[in-house]
Ligand binder design. Structure first.
Ligand SMILES: [Fe+2]
Length: 384
């Protein structure tokens, strides 16, 4: 327990006077401790007296507002000044400690300086000597505290600014997605046969991509690429796009330009480079038999390899004017057949590990409503 001098009694009620420096005096000699406290009070400081290191550590620990300085004797019972100093330096590195040492233990005082004591005052001391040491230590403490406040303020400023930039980027990303959604809807109007296909294929692609543990930025790029995979069809005449019979070789060739056309639309925007690559490669085949470049294996962007599985899955399980939808289980069998030829075997294996209920549930959810920006956030957030 801290000795209840009038000063410690005041401390006990936590009634520090504002604007006064708070000094802890650690001194086992009762009389000397009280003299020191009186001298400090006379100087205009608030002082608390502890009788040994252990008591002093308790006082420091329990002090809600902290101290500005400690004056500590060296030779004391229970916990001496050196042991106290070591612990205080570790727990309160910004708190200066002045050691009070008798002439005969000056070596120990030097050891204390080595251990981080700010200064030492030799007993018996003159009042002016004490005041000078206290002034210097308090000044140093003020500088350290000011520096610390400045650092904290800077950190806070950096934090606030970073948040602002991140928020602005998120807004920008969202507005991209709104624009991309508008683009996608324009294609839906032109190519009504595949209504809803872009949305479902985006959701399926993302679901597999998430299961492959891809990062959130990659997921966003993949979502955009999947959603806009056929955007190049905007440049294909309706006479070809809406033709009911089989396409002539020339028409087929023209139809195949939609990958490059889509790429050209997106690649102009810096943030859509990755998505543009997926659009360009979405008709490639794992074995190199696809178009437009005949890419093979990992030459095809991963997003496009995942898309290929998702695309077939949705195409087979959706009604088309010339055929009926098949079940997800039947689609699964078909996809397995092309594992390693049309599809990346690694992607197929991830897909096969996912239950068909996943797709049924996703299909239902997409029918309720779809937002490209929301779907990207939702998915990456739920798996973060
Ligand atoms: Fe396509």
């Amino acid at each position: 327990m801290t000795h209840m001098t009038p000063m410690t009694a005041r401390y006990g009620r936590v009634s520090w006077e504002m604007n006064k420096d708070r000094i802890l005096v650690v001194e086992d000699e009762e009389a000397l401790g009280e003299i020191l406290c009186s001298l400090l009070e006379e100087r205009g400081d608030s002082a608390v007296h502890s009788r040994n290191g252990r008591e002093a550590l308790n006082v420091l620990k329990l002090s809600p507002e902290g101290f500005h300085l400690v004056l500590s004797d060296i030779v004391m019972p229970e916990m001496n000044g050196i042991q106290f100093l070591e612990q205080a330096r570790r727990l309160y590195p910004d708190l200066p400690v002045i050691m009070l040492s008798a002439l005969h233990d000056i070596r120990i005082a030097m050891e204390a300086i080595r251990l981080g004591a700010y200064d030492y005052v030799v007993k018996p001391f003159e009042k002016d000597q004490l005041y000078l040491a206290v002034d210097r230590a308090l000044e140093r403490q003020r500088l350290v505290a000011e520096n610390r406040r400045y650092q904290l303020h800077l950190e806070e400023l950096v934090r606030v600014r970073t948040e602002e930039v991140e928020r602005a980027l998120r807004e920008l990303e969202r507005s991209y997605d709104f624009t991309l959604e508008a683009l996608g809807s324009a294609l839906d109007l032109k190519d009504s046969e595949t209504e809803g296909h872009s949305r479902r294929v985006t959701a399926y692609t993302l679901e597999i991509a998430c299961a492959m543990q891809l990062g959130s930025q990659e997921l966003k790029n993949i979502a955009r690429g999947a959603y806009l995979h056929d955007i190049g069809k905007m440049g294909v005449p309706d006479s070809i796009l809406r033709k009911t019979g089989p396409l002539s070789p020339n028409e087929t060739e023209f139809m195949r330009t939609h990958c490059q056309r889509g790429y050209d639309i997106l690649a102009r925007v810096n943030a859509l480079q990755e998505a543009a690559e997926i659009v360009l490669s979405h008709q490639e085949s794992f074995d190199g038999t696809g178009y437009p470049r005949g890419l093979k294996g990992e030459q095809i962007p991963l997003g496009a390899r995942i898309f290929a599985v998702a695309d077939t899955l949705d195409a087979m399980t959706s009604d088309r004017p010339y055929r009926k939808a098949v079940s997800f289980a039947q689609a699964r069998e078909e996809i397995v057949k092309y594992r390693g030829t049309q599809f990346d075997p690694r992607v197929v294996d991830v897909y096969l590990a996912m239950p068909d209920a996943t797709w049924v549930e996703l299909r239902g959810r997409i029918a309720q409503g779809f937002s490209l920006s929301a779907i990207g956030w939702e998915m990456s957030a739920s798996r973060a």
